[in-house]
Each structure stands twice: as C-alpha cells, then as structure tokens.
Design a protein around this ligand. Structure first.
Ligand SMILES: NC(=O)C1=CN([C@@H]2O[C@H](COP(=O)(O)OP(=O)(O)OC[C@H]3O[C@@H](n4cnc5c(N)ncnc54)[C@H](O)[C@@H]3O)[C@@H](O)[C@H]2O)C=CC1
Ligand SMILES: O=C([O-])CC(=O)C(=O)O
Length: 338
C-alpha cells in the first residue's frame, strides 16, 4: 500500500528550526488538492507568505503533489494526506479550508448536472470539517456552488457548528472574468479595474454590475449586454474550448488563491478586506446571495448591499431569483435526505 501520509522535506526543515515567517501561524487545507484546480492552487498557496502550514488532501495522488510543491523554497510546511482515514489529520488545526473536490463539467452539461456526484462529496467533507476544524473559514469551490454552499450550511447546522460568518462560496472567478472583459472593452488598465458581481455562480444567476465598474467608461447598452453575457457564460467558454477535458482550472486556481488570501488577511486583522462571495445573506429575500463582503477576524464582518443598479441590472436581478432559489432549496433538501 502506498504511504498515505507524506511528510515533506520542508516539514523536516521546519522541525530542524526553520520558521515559516508567517505571523500569526496559519494552516490552510486544500481538499481535492491533486485535481485540475487543486494542483495549481496548492502551488499558489505555497507561494503565499501568510501560510505557515499547507495540508494537501485528496482521495488519490497527494503524495506526488505534496512532494513536488514542498520543494519550493518558501516558508510553509507542506504535508500530503491521502484517503478518508487521513482526512481528520489534514483538517485538524486548519484556519482556512478550500474545497475544489468533485467532478467538473463536460461540454453540454450545466453546473447543476454535477449535483448528483458533488453533493455527496461536499456533504462528507463538511461532516469532517464540523468534526475536526469547526472554526475554520470554508471556501467552497465545488460546483454547483449555488447548492453546495447551502448543503455545507445544513451539514454544519446538523452538527451544531454552523457559523454563517465562516462559510463562503467562491465566486471570485466571476469577478476576475468581469474585470478582464471590461478592461478589454473599455480599454482601461486591468490592474485598476473593479467590478462587483452578485447573485450566484451559474449562468444567469451570475450578475456583474458593470454600472458600478471603475474606472468609468462610456460603453453602449449593447456592449454592456454583451459583457454581461460573456461573464455569465465564461465557464462554458472554457468548458467548450477544453472540449471534454474539464473546466476552468488555472484561472480558478488564481481566483481561489486571491479569495483565500483575502480570508487570511481578514483573519489577521487587515483593514478593508472586501471581496464578492456567495454567503448567507439578507441583501435579498433569498437566504444565500453573492455580494461584496467585508472579511475580518471572525470571517464575514459585514455583507454589503447591492448599491444603485441600472434598469438592466434590476431586470437581471429579478430574473435570476427563481433559479437561485431552486438551487438553494435543492441543496438544503439533499443535506436532510441523504
Ligand atoms: N467556483 C468556481 O468558480 C469553479 C468551480 N469549479 C468546480 O471545481 C470542482 C473541481 O474541478 P477540477 O479541479 O477541474 O476537477 P478535477 O476532476 O480535475 O479534480 C477534482 C479532484 O477532486 C478529488 N476528489 C474527488 N472526490 C473527493 C473527495 N471525496 N475528497 C477529496 N477529493 C476528492 C479528485 O480525486 C480530483 O483530484 C468541480 O466541481 C468544478 O465544477 C471549477 C471552476 C470554477
Ligand atoms: O463552468 C464550470 O463548470 C466551472 C466554473 O464554475 C467556472 O468556470 O466558472
């Protein structure tokens, strides 16, 4: 049998007295670390100076990924964990748990088509989180996010550990895309662009608020409609281009690393850490909704409102609600019936 836990050379170095440099010490666990997103995300988190311990967990392949990543000469200790029996050890002491575990789409599928497989994976991983690191900030990447976040919430409620401040659906890739597409169309420096993206993370539930985009640009209504559609269909654009070989992995790893970095900064008390995320919310009548969120020492410090919407965005908001509501309810029902 393969050795299921791989202690890296960095771990030995750390035991010999090399400090990670991260202050305070922070442990990040990645569940699904050997996958298409998991591998580049592991790399990016290894590069993050706020991380002191990096636990890489998957049902297969983690010894290789952990050995590889551990050779990078940054301060964090990397440990790979493989198989269900090692999940508890991977999770114990984690400050942030990032979940990119589960199957990706193929052309012709919707994110909801992933529900049957991914719902069960997310439920079992969240059951373990409730047991081994109930205080961690959970960054849910696994699709369909509109349902997997409500599943996680119900699992935590049933375990008596739910804290709505600590559960985040990662919608950062929608923001990353909206920024890129807007900068290209508006001919502005992408590094300066900000665009809030609200709602959920699937098709029309993704609602970019280009009326609030900065720097301001004079785009026509047709251009805004096209930018909105491209942002909503960004995932499908990648799925089709990959032609059966999965969905976005590299841009998602980048987005996941940006969001996890924001969580670490918030935990460490940095001021004004604001990112869009799909969280428990009272911004609309729906129990979960993505909007700008201020992240602090306890997780969600404040769920920010939507701000002024254009008529086109108001229309988009009303259109997305039935689909988002149904996806949320599907997740809640699954958590209780399975
Ligand atoms: N939130 C977002 O914006 C995005 C979400 N995604 C979603 O992320 C998920 C992962 O995508 P990829 O990395 O491309 O898939 P992948 O198939 O390349 O990797 C998934 C990994 O999860 C692992 N896994 C399966 N069951 C597991 C379990 N019980 N515990 C731990 N690990 C387990 C697999 O062994 C595999 O290594 C998909 O559901 C995909 O739809 C993808 C892109 C963007
Ligand atoms: O489209 C997919 O299936 C993966 C995803 O969530 C994205 O790329 O936004």
């Amino acid at each position: 049998m393969l050795r299921s836990i791989l202690r890296s050379s960095t771990s030995n170095a750390s035991r010999r007295g090399f400090a990670s440099g991260a202050s305070p010490e922070r442990k990040v666990a990645i569940l699904g670390a050997a996958g298409g997103i998991g591998q580049p995300l592991s790399l990016l988190m290894k590069l993050n100076p706020l991380v002191s311990r990096l636990a890489l967990y998957d049902i297969a392949g983690t010894p290789g990924v952990a050995a590889d990543v551990s050779h990078i000469n940054t301060g964090s200790e990397v440990v790979g964990y493989m198989g269900d029996e090692n999940l508890g050890k991977a999770l114990e002491g984690s400050d942030v748990v990032i979940i990119p575990a589960g199957v990706p789409r193929k052309p012709g599928m919707t994110r909801d088509d992933l529900f049957n497989i991914n719902a069960g994976i997310v439920k079992s991983l969240c059951t373990a989180i409730a047991k081994y690191c109930p205080n961690a900030l959970v960054n849910m990447i696994s699709n369909p996010v509109n349902s997997t976040v409500p599943i996680a919430a119900e699992v935590f409620k049933m375990a008596g550990t739910y804290d709505e401040k600590r559960l985040f659906g990662v919608t950062t890739l929608d923001v990353v895309r909206a920024k890129t597409f807007y900068a290209g169309k508006a001919k502005v420096n992408v590094a300066e662009v900000n665009v809030p993206v609200v709602g959920g993370h699937a098709g029309i539930t993704i609602l970019p608020l280009f009326s609030q985009a900065t720097p301001k640009a004079n785009l026509s209504d047709d251009e805004i409609v096209a930018l909105t559609k491209r942002t909503q269909d960004g995932g499908t654009e990648v799925v089709e281009a990959k032609a059966g070989k999965g969905s976005a992995t590299l841009s998602m790893a980048y987005a996941g690393a940006v969001f996890a970095d924001a969580c670490l900064k918030g935990l460490n008390g940095a001021p004004d850490v604001v990112e869009c995320s799909f969280v428990q919310s009272t911004v609309t009548e729906l129990p979960f909704f993505a909007s700008k969120v201020r992240i602090g020492k306890n997780g969600v410090e404040e769920v920010l409102g939507l701000g002024a919407l254009s008529d086109f965005e108001k229309e988009g908001l009303e259109k997305l609600k039935p689909e988002l509501k149904a996806s949320i309810e599907k997740g809640i029902k699954f958590a209780h019936q399975n």
